[in-house]
Design a protein around this ligand. Structure first.
Ligand SMILES: [Zn+2]
Length: 151
């Protein structure tokens, strides 16, 4: 004894399918630490939906969805990992510059050596990066010292 399948409202079905495809397409572009997993899932689900609505056999459709899952996950992971590496390098460069910057007093806000710049203007929060001019001044002094020591 099997239950009769629910009659399908084809207009509603097409609308819902189009909406789901849109949601999955957007999710397939996810970025960030968990983005590669999310976008791989979305891309594989989208592949499965499209294959089945095009009348493909279920098993080959699932096999293709699995292939897409692995491929997209790997691609997105590589993109994410290279971005994370660039961000780490940028952070390290800023920290190295900040260390040089703090060797001199800031000519703009008067921050003493070894302290970070105070912000200028309405915001009173401490700046994460010292004034750029202070960095150049500190670098200039470094270069003079280096030139002076040259044989
Ligand atoms: Zn300053």
């Amino acid at each position: 004894m099997s239950a009769e399948p629910m009659p399908i409202n084809m207009l509603q079905f097409s609308r819902d399918l189009a909406h789901l495809e849109e949601v999955l397409t957007q999710a397939a572009y996810s970025i960030g630490p968990n983005g590669f997993e999310r976008s791989a899932k979305a891309a594989s689900y989208l592949t499965l939906l499209r294959a089945l609505t095009d009348g493909a056999e279920p098993v080959p459709a699932i096999a293709e969805a699995l292939r897409v899952y692995k491929e997209v996950r790997q691609q997105k992971y590589e993109i994410w990992a290279s971005r994370a590496e660039l961000e780490k390098e940028r952070h390290e460069r800023l920290m190295a510059e900040e260390e040089i910057t703090r060797k001199v007093e800031c000519p703009y806000c008067g921050a003493a050596p070894q302290t970070s710049c105070r912000s200028v203007g309405s915001s009173r929060s401490v700046r994460t990066e010292s004034h750029r001019g202070r960095y150049r001044l500190a670098r200039g002094l470094d270069d003079k010292i280096w030139k002076g020591q040259k044989p």
